[in-house]
Design a protein around this ligand. Sequence first.
Ligand code: ZN
Length: 211
Amino acid sequence: MIDPETNEDFDERPVFNEEIDTEAIETSVRAMLAAFGENPDREGLVNTPKRVARMYPELLSGYRTDVEKLVNGAVFNVTYDDMVIVRDIEYFSLCEHHILPFMGRAHVAYIPNSQVLGLSKIPRIVDMFSRRLQVQERMTRQIADFINDLLHPQGVAVVVEGLHLCAMMRGVRKHDARMTTSTMLGTFRKSINTRQEFLDHLNRGAEPLRI
Ligand code: ZN
């Protein structure tokens, strides 16, 4: 998949996996404040670099999620093959083009082959991929691929809705900068009926996304 803004191939990029250097963030934020023409030593700003530096490890914790721990003991063998749907999973992410938040809801479905994942783990998987510098399309794909590789189900569907502050606050100031992305794998891609069953379920009682 190609990033329309940078023309880079998403999948070819290295995965950042180092510890976050909070000291370097602190220094950089202080330099940014000065570059804005502000006085970094005034009362309201003097602790801002430290606060920002402490915030990023949480906002970007998805890089350091322990996958083994995440799925450990939560994959179960089953004999049924009914569609499993977890909808309205709230997420917060940072767009990698502007380091501004985008946020919304993710909806995940899969049809088991012989294994299912504990339901509480699905929001954790969404967190793992959203708490990174992201683009919504890639995040959607990564959630679907992860579940696909983990459970080898008959199919996986992921729909992500997002509101992007970088589109709402700047440029054309689209206040309704809502974006929907989806990845359909296996039966969800092959069968219109299966896909429609999932989408019908999402449309039932859906509330519009707002901040
Ligand atoms: Zn952006």
